[in-house]
Design a protein around this ligand. Structure first.
Ligand code: ATP
Length: 311
């Protein structure tokens, strides 16, 4: 399906772990295992963490710098970049050690897939350096065990439709590059709570049905037709608890964004800016006890950045 860049002979590489937004996120039937079937459209952004991976003779380290609040990141053993490296070693017996450095730029816990992108970057890096790479299929099997966003974020494709637990991917041509405004509310959303609220809403019939859609894949690569598929099952149940979500979506729409919605299980709200003409920059004043959101401007990706050899 994809080509994984090679960096044979290298000892160290740098990977741009690009964030994602979900342009569509449907939560479908719950399996007996407890996992839900998903139907989601992933699109990479140019916003990225810098992930440096070096193979070592035995020592294993993880250093984290950049913009993050240390309280939001758990212990090293729970870090997805670390877990990805350990999973790769468990599956292949190589390398005996690794030194990983993360420079965080993707806001943590906002539905932008930062941790999953770091994990995908580590898997790509190790398989690129390895003299006996395991290839994409085996890499994606490891990725799937780490989380639903990790398989897509391990591929070198900027845009895909995913099903199952995120491991069944249909790669699509990316829509033309656009600017994206990310609005980060001060509150976060616990993903387990979001699933619980959605289940409650379904029980009383106030959430969308669980029917999967039929797509004409060609309609997904143009912004005009994509607009009709853009929906997120979590948005209404989270907005019911956090009205700021609706206010931010409405402000982006009023400013001219045809697509304005929440990403993942929130709390980030994003707007895809019009191709031409200045956006009427919305004002996000704090309202009552609700602080104004943090605002970041980025772009949609039309390619995944190649791996760079550093040593
Ligand atoms: P998703 O859209 O995949 O649900 P997210 O953007 O909401 O992801 P992340 O930024 O990946 O969330 O962080 C979610 C949690 O994952 C954080 O609370 C953090 O403790 C944990 N985490 C583990 N590894 C990382 C990492 N490398 N970077 C950021 N968070 C990580």
């Amino acid at each position: 399906m994809t080509t994984v860049t090679t960096a044979r002979g290298a000892r160290a590489v740098r990977v741009a772990a690009q964030a994602k937004v979900n342009l569509r996120l449907r939560v479908l039937a719950r399996e007996t295992s407890g996992y839900h079937q998903l139907e989601t459209l992933f699109l990479r952004l140019s916003l990225a963490d810098d992930v440096y991976v070096r193979v070592t003779g035995g020592e294993r380290t993880l250093d984290i710098g950049g913009d993050f609040d240390a309280r939001q990141l758990g212990p090293t053993e729970r870090n997805l970049a670390w877990r990805a490296a350990e999973a790769y070693v468990d599956a292949t017996g190589w390398p005996s050690g690794f030194a990983i450095q993360l420079d965080k730029h993707i806001p943590v816990g906002g539905g932008l897939g930062g941790g999953s992108a770091d994990a995908g970057a580590v898997l790509r890096a190790l398989d690129a350096i390895s003299s006996t790479p395991i290839g994409e299929e085996a890499l994606l099997a490891i990725a799937a065990r780490l989380g639903a966003d990790v398989p897509f974020l391990t591929t070198e494709h900027p845009f895909a439709l995913a099903w199952g637990r995120g491991e069944r991917l249909l790669v699509l041509p990316a829509p033309p590059e656009r600017e994206v405004l990310l609005l980060l509310p001060a509150f976060g959303v616990n993903t387990a709570h979001a699933y619980g609220w959605l289940a409650d809403a379904r029980e009383i019939g106030t959430a969308p049905s669980m029917t999967a859609a039929r797509f004409d894949p060609s309609s997904l690569s143009q912004w005009e037709s994509l607009t009709t598929h853009a929906t997120n099952d979590f948005e209404a149940v989270i907005a019911a608890r956090h009205p700021q979500i609706t206010a931010l979506v409405d402000a982006l729409r009023a400013a001219g964004c045809a697509i304005a919605m929440m990403s993942g299980s929130g709390s980030t709200v994003f707007g895809v800016l019009p191709a031409e003409g200045a956006l009427e920059m919305p004002r996000f004043a704090a309202g009552g006890s609700t602080p104004a959101p943090h605002v970041l401007l980025t772009r949609t990706a039309t390619h995944v950045e190649p791996i760079v050899v550093t040593e």
